[in-house]
Design a protein around this ligand. Structure first.
Ligand SMILES: Nc1ncnc2c1ncn2[C@@H]1O[C@H](COP(=O)(O)OP(=O)(O)O)[C@@H](O)[C@H]1O
Ligand SMILES: [Mg+2]
Length: 253
């Protein structure tokens, strides 16, 4: 007997988006099961970030539906979107930490905004627990500039998960990193999935990372998801754009 398929956490249906004459997304269909990691892979400028912005309602589609945890968010106004966005944690390319604040101040920032009832000691405990999840200890009083690039990413993730989101979005988490730091960030994404049980969406053009962290890869090309499936399946895709894109990496390895 096969296990029942997990409920989709995010479903994108027939999504179209143009900016003027620039048709960026021309009919995206994508289903991301709860608890899984989906990598949206595609060349630079292919529309990955635009697709991600639709998932948190930062952009409205010209056509189509975006269903998050059972709710179609497309018609939603600011109040409902604010509520839905609390289900997401975001990890940005440049960890986007505040340089003048300590790690503790950075990570506790969302708590100060959204959990005003908490006492300082309670915040300390929560921050410590989240730092432990991302593999960091005794870094609370340090400043971002004193940390390695990989550690900054982990602090960024600790802040992203501080309000206990169901979904973590990573936009180009390994772009511009050296190979060792890339490995460290890939491990972080895998650990977050395992320890938190979150649904993860990773936007990337990094093939090696994609193959390491993904349960499913969706390949975005000319406004469409032209191939979708487990990494091993994608590896054998017959789509010319996928073959060409993958050959740039597998060709050399
Ligand atoms: N707010 C916007 N207004 C106009 N064009 C945009 C906007 N955001 C993105 N684009 C265009 O959409 C295309 C895809 O961009 P993007 O999603 O950022 O690509 P990437 O796959 O590199 O993340 C690009 O041609 C970009 O110029
Ligand atoms: Mg992008």
């Amino acid at each position: 007997m096969t296990a029942p398929a997990a409920q989709p956490m995010i479903q994108v249906m027939d999504l179209e988006k143009a900016f003027g004459a620039n048709k960026v997304l021309t009919g995206i269909n994508l289903s991301i099961p709860a608890g899984s990691t989906c990598v949206i892979l595609g060349g630079s400028g292919s529309g990955k970030t635009v697709l991600m912005k639709h998932m948190i309602g930062l952009l409205k589609p010209d056509h189509g539906r975006v269903i998050v945890d059972g709710e179609d968010i497309v018609p939603y106004g600011p109040e409902d979107l604010e509520r839905v966005r609390r289900k997401f944690g975001m990890v940005f390319q440049a960890a986007a930490l505040f340089d003048s604040m300590t790690v503790y101040e950075n990570v506790s920032f969302p708590l100060r905004e959204h959990r005003k009832e908490l006492k300082e000691e309670e915040m300390r405990e929560i921050v410590k627990a989240k730092l432990a999840i991302v593999g960091l200890k005794d870094v609370e009083e340090r400043f971002p500039a004193d940390l390695s690039g990989g550690m900054r990413k982990r602090v960024g993730l600790a802040r992203a998960i501080i309000l206990e989101p169901k979904i973590v979005l990573y936009d180009e988490p390994t772009t511009g990193l050296d190979p060792i730091t890339t490995d460290y960030v890939d491990e972080m994404i895998l650990d977050a999935k395992k320890m938190l049980g979150v649904t993860s969406v990773v936007i990337s053009h990094d093939i090696a990372s994609a193959f390491k962290v993904a349960d499913n890869i969706a390949f975005l090309y000319q406004g469409l998801i032209v191939a979708q499936g487990a990494p091993a399946m994608l590896r054998h895709s017959e789509h010319p754009a996928v073959k060409l894109f993958l050959s740039t990496w597998f060709g050399k390895n």
